[in-house]
Design a protein around this ligand. Structure first.
Ligand code: SF4
Length: 206
């Protein structure tokens, strides 16, 4: 079981296998691990202290960034991720990125972006679709069709608290839908990225 693993020059952190989506294109349907990881399926979730310990034992100075990614949705453990980031900020300057499905407001039942201010440098949010209906069909979120609007609100709020906000889609949707997603991202001042299903998988891995 891998809690931390290397992808390129980044150190990735796998805090949970839970997720509030069940995306058609999720790489978890196709394999067990990525990068240097053997298996990203966790026998149990590590405590926040164990996560911090593994990160600090990894020799952070050799990495260009730290990425909370998972083989699942890292912000299912929002409070623990925030705790680890605050602890790391005391002693390390490494840039911190979170890859998320953007549903932490729904998960936590409160507005979460303000709590990421000062501890997260980049947030990459999987937008996946240009509207609520397409999103629900593609991602089967446990929160239903209201999820898409909540993800967009989360993304717009993140612009105020996090230096770099990226919205992404996987290239399983058509060009017209991708163009609409790009317009949504640009409309809130976020960057936009199209990821390849075949070369990089999706969601929890990049
Ligand atoms: S791609 Fe991401 S959001 Fe979708 S099911 Fe997989 S981990 Fe969850």
């Amino acid at each position: 079981m891998s809690v931390t693993y290397k992808v390129g020059a980044g150190l990735y952190v796998n805090v949970t296998n839970r997720c509030t989506n069940c995306c058609e294109f999720c790489i978890r349907r196709y394999g067990e691990g990525v990068g240097s990881a053997d298996s990203l399926w966790l026998e149990r979730e590590p405590s926040k202290e164990e996560i911090l310990g593994e990160i600090e034992a990894s020799g952070l100075t050799q990495y260009s960034e730290l990425v909370f990614c998972g083989y699942g949705e890292p912000l299912e453990r929002f409070d623990d991720v925030v705790w680890v980031c605050h602890a790391l900020r005391q002693t390390h300057k490494i840039p911190i990125r979170i890859n998320t499905n953007g549903q932490s407001d729904l998960i936590c039942g409160r507005e979460t972006p303000p709590e990421l201010a000062g501890i997260v440098d980049v947030i990459s949010i999987s937008l996946n679709a240009p509207d609520a209906r397409t999103y629900a069909k593609l991602c089967s979120p446990v929160f239903g069709e209201r999820t898409f609007d909540a993800v967009m609100k989360f993304a717009a709020d993140c612009i105020r608290y996090i230096p770099k906000v990226i919205l992404s889609v996987v290239d399983v949707i058509d060009d017209e839908q991708i163009a609409r997603c790009r317009a949504l991202a640009e409309g809130i001042g976020a960057e936009f990225r199209v990821r390849s299903l075949l070369t990089s998988g999706s969601g929890p891995t990049e």
